[in-house]
Ligand binder design. Sequence first.
Ligand code: AMP
Length: 195
Amino acid sequence: MTDLKRICVFCGSNTGSRPAYRQAALQLGALLAKQGLGLVYGGGNVGLMGVLANAVLEAGGEVIGVIPQSLVDKELAHHGVTQLRVTESMHERKQTMFDLSDGVMALPGGFGTLDEFFEIVTWLQLGYHAKPVGMLNVEGFWDPMLVTFAHAVGEGFLRKEHSQMVMVEAAPEKLLERFMEYSQPQPGKKWINHR
Ligand code: AMP
């Protein structure tokens, strides 16, 4: 069992083309607040990021935004959050978001979301941490990514057990439940050919 205090959520700076994406961010935000879990996120007031942060705030929860100075300067920062941390760089932002949280989720998003989430997954695979990681598969948004995982496993670039470290659920309640039940993996071998 993991003692969770704050969850880091990476998600799009756009809301996407289906209403379900916004809906999922609203649901997850309300759920985090209800469970007494703080949100750590990218600090913006745009896209799914803004929807999620506002949902947590409206439900009385804690929101920590972590944003690089360059994005604050573009006046895109959310100034109504519980705490806004301004970093020098994108790298420092990612590290800070990770350090402040006990688990990491990805909602639908683009390159930013992919970059941020998969760096944390890579750290897990290498045994640098043992925090739960998961993707909220809203209306099958991540299905093509799951096909890519299976392809990488089939082609000998990814261990099946590593691909299974990423929890995938369609419903926020279910994903959060799995985060709560999660127990830390035994450190395994990263390298496929070095047995
Ligand atoms: P994407 O998934 O490509 O939409 O990227 C999400 C990422 O966009 C965030 O984590 C940030 O790196 C970046 N981003 C874009 N606009 C903002 C904003 N207003 N505030 C914070 N981050 C932003």
